[in-house]
Design a protein around this ligand. Structure first.
Ligand code: 13P
Ligand code: SF4
Length: 357
């Protein structure tokens, strides 16, 4: 990075002191992570935001839905800032609240809404988290999706019963968790396509389904293929393939280990020196892990897959601008969730934080 900018960032950070707390997601650029007070996955960062009542400003180096969750979980006096408002998430944008409300009407018309619990991934708008709270559901992240799904099924007669879960917006996390951790079958899962009438599903398909998966995916993790896994196994015969559960079911089944961002970091920490790893996750994180583990052979599962482009929008110039604006008495890029949505989204987020484990 530009040394002048680094110097300005250091000076601004020091001048702001404990008035600000800087959160950095694991997929952020190195130049930004260098200034984060805490790094983490979306679950850890939500907890960290909630645990910092003394900070006047939370600067969230991550994407829009994460900053919304931080605003919901912090006090009314605290302000959450997103250094670049264009840092959205293409997966979260695949589920709009009006589409989710229409989908619920489809389930009601089919007579199955009563026996369905909504579960939304952290990667969704505050409005969808609020919808989930209003309908008795929970938020989940990739580190607790199995506990959240078990809890949701228990509300409607258990995993072995006939109740259903509407899982939004990442079909892959929903399917992988249901099939690998709850023992449901691929046939138990159907995909609801919001662009089609009735989600593209017949009444019989809806009646038979246990997991109704929203048609959404991550533009980074969704790109890894089984071909990538076969290629790396051929190139590095003793390689351990470790992927995020936002990858497709075929990729997850072909891999050796599957888990959230925090899980991937822990696996690498615990790995034997000399062992070989191919990581199917975001490139900023993989590059940092490779540097942090020079005694292990860290490969990227697909060298053509790149950074998360929206995570990468947060860069040092935006962070410096945000901090220097605060020093000049101007609050920029504040994220504020509508109070009614905030109330109900908090119900769903608190439900997640109360899940066992
Ligand atoms: P986690 O941080 O929960 O692992 O999610 C990955 C992700 O894609 C965040 O946007
Ligand atoms: Fe969204 Fe995927 Fe980027 Fe995470 S990595 S912010 S899920 S597009």
């Amino acid at each position: 990075s530009d040394p002048d900018l680094v110097q300005r960032a250091r000076a601004a950070r020091a001048a702001l002191g404990s008035r600000v707390f800087v959160l950095g997601h694991h997929y952020q650029r190195d130049e930004v992570v260098d200034f984060a007070d805490v790094t983490g996955d979306s679950f850890k960062l939500a907890r960290e935001a909630a645990a910092r009542p003394e900070a006047e400003f939370i600067i969230f180096c991550g994407v829009h839905f994460m900053a919304e969750s931080a605003d919901i979980l912090t006090t009314d006096d605290q302000q959450v800032l997103l250094p670049d408002l264009a840092a959205g998430c293409s997966m979260a944008d695949m589920a709009a609240i009006h589409q989710v409300e229409d989908a619920w009407d489809v389930l009601a018309d089919a007579g199955i809404a009563e026996a369905t619990v909504p579960v939304t991934y952290m990667n969704s708008s505050a409005a969808i988290k609020a919808f989930t709270g209003r309908h008795g559901g929970t938020v989940c992240t990739s580190s607790n999706a199995h506990v959240a799904l078990k809890w949701a099924f228990d509300k409607v007669g258990g995993v072995d019963g006939t109740g259903k879960v509407l899982f939004m917006p990442d079909q892959h996390l929903g399917r992988n968790t249901a099939v690998r951790e709850l023992g449901l079958s691929l046939e138990d899962c159907v995909v609801f396509d919001p662009r089609k009438p009735n989600g593209g599903l017949t009444a019989d398909q809806l009646a038979a389904a246990r997991m109704i998966l929203w048609r959404g995916h991550c533009s980074v993790h969704g790109r890894f293929s089984v071909r990538n896994v076969l290629d790396i196994r051929a190139a590095v015969p003793d390689v351990n393939v470790l992927v995020h559960p936002e990858c497709t079911n075929e990729v997850v089944e072909a891999a050796d280990f599957v888990g959230s961002t925090e899980y991937i970091i822990k696996q690498l920490d615990a790995a034997e020196p000399g062992s070989a790893w191919a990581l199917g996750t975001e490139l900023n994180l993989v590059r940092r892990l490779a540097l942090a583990h020079p005694d292990k052979r860290v490969h990227y599962l697909d060298s053509t897959v790149c950074f998360c482009s929206t995570m990468n929008r947060i860069d040092l110039p935006h962070l410096v601008w945000t901090m220097e604006s605060l020093l000049a008495g101007r609050t920029v890029n504040r994220i504020v969730v509508d109070p009614d949505d905030a109330h109900w989204a908090k119900v769903a987020l608190d439900q997640m934080l109360a899940l066992p484990g």
